[in-house]
Design a binder for this molecule. Structure first.
Ligand code: PRX
Length: 575
């Protein structure tokens, strides 16, 4: 099967793209040349929000729509000039409350224009923005605010109950959008402050290595890690959005990711606006009808989404596609999990477009290995390294492996958007760079003889469910907080639509009997404590779980049980 897929190649479809032919682009590329795009090239002082928004106000893009926003009750658009004015005002609001360079400010809101204004305003005062996915529940919110020592949060009355303000001594300000009643002490009204805020604003110029954004992400052990990116990342955001997303002035671009995840900021805010493209943001829940009508309504030309979403659309049937006019689409891309060849074939059939896979991670800040508009696409492959990027498959000692050998997917260190720190956790940061000169991704892959990379899986136990990264440890910790659960082991179980679903194996405490009600209650417990996407879809009760002599649950054995595979070396297992 793999053989067959490899031989099927979808050739380059035409001209008129920003990126030259791949080989040529790769050969002639230098990051230093990209830098010269930006005003800070000469001063070294920079601000991402200036380059993404303010800069365009002195150009013909001034009155161009920067943001289309709609949900069930709102339908709005904002020009670059309007976004500049709003984010300037919000910067003044933050300054009024003493927020300054380096402070951590979290944005915990559903996707609305105010979310984008809050993110930009925070960056404009030089603070580090921490976007939080709106589905996070109290435990997940607390972990992130606590670890980062956040001083302010912008949220809504509906989400406020999940912010344990009294347990967070560093958190001084709660800015509420949509509160029309009484405000409690320490609470600030977004609307009232914006009404009164001055339009005169002086942006905070920072160094290119100063903190920009903090995205928390999961590993296989410990709590989520705060991945810090700096303003310098814009070099990569700009150039990849230009070449990989192929954003041009006339484009209406839709990134379906929420800014709570890195795709929703690197390519939902920075990349497109650095290139002066129009961003579409659609609030509310996913439905195939709604998604197709969003493309139709805005005449979306470039669309960046994820395999799970494509598979759900595929599941909704080809007849549905025909009810919409999707002729505006000219470039379609995917990220976050393996893009099955079937989906690429389906895309060719229903959109007459190749779906271009892109590979990268929260830690890498920007796209690294991709399929390009000007390169043949091999369905099932992630593509080739972006110009300026050296990728390789290495063994556990850091030796490069020849083509078609599976190993660790590694990147030569030093690309512009590489993370600069794991917040409060230098040891975790160092782990990524344990092989001299390489960033070790934690993914396994191989490279074929044409230089295309093929994703094989995670090296660790990190679960990718519906494109969202979940650490088994977090879920296990939450499970054992439930009074009925003695021990828990969590794995990703392969699933045709979601890539993986979360499956938990648990052992019950004495005095508890397995029942459907109990399992539903345990599931709900995780959902309320962490987030809906982190709650196990399946829970299986066992008398005992396989553990090492030091007491670590052996997820590898759980996985083998689940898949009916041999359990392998059990020499470290307790009796
Ligand atoms: O395992 C890889 C998978 O997603 C991981 C990174 O997750 P996250 O930091 O949440 O970022 C997702 C979006 C940037 C990777 O280690 N992954 C990401 N893209 C792909 C992928 N797996 C296969 N193919 C991809 N294109």
């Amino acid at each position: 099967m793999n053989e067959m897929i490899q031989k099927k190649v979808f050739p380059v479809t035409g001209e008129g793209y920003n990126m030259p032919a791949y080989e040529e682009a790769y050969k002639n590329f230098a990051w230093e040349d990209v830098e010269k795009q930006f005003s800070w090239h000469t001063t070294n002082k920079v601000n991402m929000a200036y380059e993404a928004i303010d800069r365009h106000v002195d150009t013909p893009l001034k009155n161009k729509t920067a943001l289309y926003y709609s949900d069930a009750s709102r339908d709005e658009q904002y020009t670059f000039e309007e976004l500049k004015a709003l984010s300037d005002k919000f910067g003044n609001v933050l300054r009024k409350y003493g927020i300054q360079k380096g402070d951590r400010v979290f944005v915990f809101m559903p996707r609305t224009p105010e979310l984008y204004v809050s993110v930009l305003g925070t960056i404009k005062v030089g603070a580090i923005v921490g976007p939080l996915f709106e589905a996070f529940m109290e435990g997940a919110v607390r972990d992130r605010l606590e670890d980062s020592g956040a001083v302010a949060i912008i949220t809504t009355p509906a989400l406020l109950s999940r912010v344990p303000v009294s347990e967070l001594p560093a958190l001084k300000h709660v800015i509420l959008f949509g509160e029309d009643g009484e405000l409690a002490e320490g609470q600030i009204s977004y609307e009232k402050e914006m009404e009164q805020a001055s339009a005169d604003f002086e942006i905070e110029w920072v160094d290119r290595e100063d903190g920009l954004i903090l995205h928390y992400t999961s590993g296989s052990t410990g709590k989520p890690k705060g991945i810090l990116h700096v303003h310098n990342a814009m070099i990569q955001h700009y150039q990849t959005a230009k070449w990989v997303l192929d954003l041009q002035d006339s484009d209406v671009y839709w990134c379906t990711a929420d800014p709570g995840w890195v795709t929703g900021t690197s390519y939902g805010i920075f990349g497109p606006w650095l290139n002066g493209a129009t961003n579409v943001v659609r609030g509310g829940r996913f439905s195939p009808q709604d998604w197709y009508s969003t493309i139709e309504k805005y005449k979306v030309t470039v669309w960046y989404s994820a395999p799970t979403a494509f598979r759900m659309l595929m599941g909704a049937g080809d007849e549905l596609v025909k009810q919409f006019d999707l002729a505006s689409l000219r470039h379609v891309l995917s990220v976050g999990e393996p893009l099955n060849p079937e989906v690429v074939y389906w895309g060719m059939k229903v959109f007459a477009k190749r779906i271009h896979d892109t590979w990268w991670m929260t830690e890498t800040g920007g796209q690294l290995i991709c399929n390009y508009a000007t390169m043949d696409v091999k369905p099932g492959s992630m593509g080739k390294p972006f110009p300026g990027i050296v990728a390789a498959i290495v063994d556990d000692e850091g030796n490069e492996l020849p083509p078609n050998r599976m190993g660790n997917l590694a990147i030569k260190t030093g690309w512009p958007s590489m993370m600069r720190r794991v917040w409060n956790n230098p040891a975790k940061y160092e782990e990524y760079f344990r092989l001299e000169g390489w960033y070790v991704s934690g993914d396994s892959a191989y490279m074929d003889e044409d230089g295309y990379f093929w994703f094989q899986g995670r090296v660790d136990d990190v679960i990718m469910t519906a494109g969202e990264r979940v650490g088994p440890f977090e879920v296990e910790s939450k499970l054992v907080e439930h009074p009925a659960v003695a021990e828990a082991g969590v794995i990703g179980k392969p699933d045709p639509v979601r890539g993986e679903i979360i499956k938990a194996f648990i052992a019950l405490r004495d005095g508890y009997e397995e029942s459907e009600e109990l399992l539903a209650e345990i599931r709900q417990f995780v959902k309320i404590g962490l987030a809906a996407h982190a709650a196990p879809r399946e829970i299986e009760v066992r008398d005992k779980l396989p553990k090492t002599r030091s007491g670590k649950i052996m997820r590898r054995v759980l996985k083998a049980w689940e898949l009916g595979l041999p359990t392998g070396d059990l020499s470290t297992m307790e009796d």
